[in-house]
Design a protein around this ligand. Structure first.
Ligand code: SF4
Length: 340
């Protein structure tokens, strides 16, 4: 596919976007063992679906969250050569179809995929994601038992998504012991990929926070350090790439500082976050009030940003219009509204 440039460059501005989202977890079983992960369960001999998310359970979760136009499929990984890989992949497709049947847009983040797997998911997903995480010795240590986190594998996946023309989310995990030079090198790799393919619609700058029973908030010094990186990312990445910060991992009252430094997107927000229970998401009303006091406005969006909508196949564009109608309906109904 010929790379297409995003049309509406989006430098940091006064509108900050977010996507009302619900997370479905097909399985937590994962053949990787990243040094920081509390999401993972070790692979079960009975297969990745020893404790399955059934269609009925997924349906019930979706119906309880009518405002969520985005369905984030976040899955533990099955090794490429595993005999269980096919069943795992078919389950991902089935959950995407379930999201479609309800007029929603899937966004899958399930680790590295073969070309055929990514192409098949790309026909059902308005956007997909895979964190680069970073490069350098700190990441090598964290990922020594995670074969799919090797830098070459991650870069190959980002390149493959570009070739397939899939609007894509990637990002960096920050604060694991990496240097500023490591961060700069990672951002320059992403900028180069974007100049080649134009498919990186957003880059997440995710502060690493330890899991546990209680949140460990970023210190003032850690915030100051990350603000430097946010500004550096804005300077290095092409202007159409949105910079995303998970708002549950940053002190709410200091959020305007991150926005002033270059963040313009708060990502998919699931009001009942199943991943980071110690770090609950702020409510849209809370975010709106904080942002308005600082001169910003909070604007809902689909998982695919508007500039990349024309990239999608016709059927996915029609699905995006259905999902948009869901956003508008929940805004006007007022019930469980994602809008303030
Ligand atoms: S790949 Fe993801 S789920 Fe698997 S161990 Fe690493 S962080 Fe956890």
């Amino acid at each position: 596919m010929t790379p297409i440039r995003a049309a509406d460059g989006c430098p940091p501005g006064r509108s900050i976007t977010w996507s009302p989202s619900i997370t479905l977890v097909p399985t937590r079983f994962c053949f990787n063992a990243c040094g920081y992960c509390s999401f993972r369960r070790p692979p079960d001999p009975a297969g990745p679906f020893a404790d399955p998310l059934s269609d009925a359970a997924a349906q019930a979760l979706l119906e309880a969250r009518p405002e969520a136009a985005e369905v984030l499929l976040l899955s533990g990984e099955v090794a490429p050569q595993s005999p269980q890989r096919r069943a795992w992949f078919q389950r991902l497709l089935a959950l995407c179809r379930l999201a479609w049947a309800q007029g929603r847009l899937p966004h899958t983040n399930a680790g590295p995929l073969s070309l055929a797997e990514m192409a098949a998911l790309g026909r059902l997903n308005a956007s997909m994601g895979l964190m680069l995480e970073g490069l350098g010795p700190a990441y090598d240590t964290l990922h020594r038992h995670a074969p799919s986190k090797r830098l070459a594998v991650r870069l190959g996946q980002l390149e493959q998504a570009g070739r397939l023309g899939i609007p894509f989310t990637t990002g960096l995990l920050l604060g694991v012991g990496e240097s500023h030079a490591d961060r700069r090198a990672a951002l320059e790799l992403l900028a180069e990929l974007q100049r080649r393919w134009g498919h990186l619609q957003e880059v997440i700058l995710q502060p690493f926070r330890p899991d546990g029973a209680a949140a460990v908030l970023l210190t003032g010094a850690e915030q100051a350090d990350l603000l430097v990186t946010i500004a550096q990312a804005r300077a290095i990445l092409p202007p159409e790439v949105h910079l995303q910060l998970p708002p549950n991992l940053w002190p709410l009252q200091a959020l305007p500082d991150a926005l002033a430094a270059g963040i313009d997107d708060l990502g998919g927000i699931d009001s009942s976050d199943v991943i980071n229970r110690a770090y609950p998401q702020p409510t849209p009303a809370c975010l709106t009030a904080t942002l308005e006091r600082a001169g910003f406005s909070l604007v809902p969006r689909l998982c695919v940003h508007p500039a990349w909508l024309p990239w999608l196949p016709a059927a996915l564009q029609r699905q995006a219009h259905c999902a948009e109608a869901r956003l508008l309906a929940s805004r006007s109904s007022g019930s469980r509204s994602p809008w303030p």
